[in-house]
Design a protein. Structure first.
Length: 173
């Protein structure tokens, strides 16, 4: 029995027209539909970028990233930059993140976040990227909070707005 799939055993691949994603099933049908119906079109139209995650040739997860910003006032005081005089911080948004239902609780989500952190650090070397944001489904809030995401100072609705301050996260590491 598998306990955790090591990060090094996962392959992260940019979604392409040659990928068959029809067999992907997570616990959220909306996320499955996005991958199957919209992800490639959005990528081709420069709206988002989706990476597929494979383990031993099996599609075990995917995540989609977009550019974002977050109001300074939505960030806790301790995460604000005193010398910053604009209304919004530049951010990278996790637009979608899903694990195949057969691979839940094997560390795939954790590994996808690790890859997203790596991408955000690389991105911040080229353009401003202080914050990672996600509009989390209520069922996933605790998952993100385990990785130091905080709830934005905004009223949650259908989703819960969360953020991670990259600078503070890097200082902790």
């Amino acid at each position: 029995m598998i306990t955790l799939i090591p990060f090094e055993d996962l392959e992260f691949v940019l979604l392409g027209a040659d990928h068959d994603v029809s067999g992907f099933h997570s616990s959220e049908p909306e996320l499955d539909e996005f991958l199957k119906d919209d992800a490639l079109d959005n990528q081709n139209n420069l709206i988002s970028v989706t990476r597929l995650v494979f383990w031993k040739g099996n599609l075990v997860g995917y995540f989609t990233l977009i550019n974002d910003s977050i109001e300074v006032r939505a960030v806790e005081e301790c995460d604000r930059e005193e010398s910053y005089h604009f209304r919004k911080y530049p951010a990278l948004k996790i637009a979608r993140l899903a694990t195949h239902s057969e691979y839940e609780r094997f560390g795939v989500g954790r590994s996808m976040l690790r890859k997203i952190f790596t991408i955000s650090i690389t991105l911040s070397r080229y353009v401003g990227c202080r914050i990672i944001t996600v509009d989390s489904k209520h069922s996933a809030v605790e998952f993100y909070k385990k990785f130091s995401f905080k709830q934005a100072i905004r009223t949650p609705g259908e989703t819960v707005p969360l953020y991670l301050d990259l600078r503070n996260a890097l200082q902790r590491i």
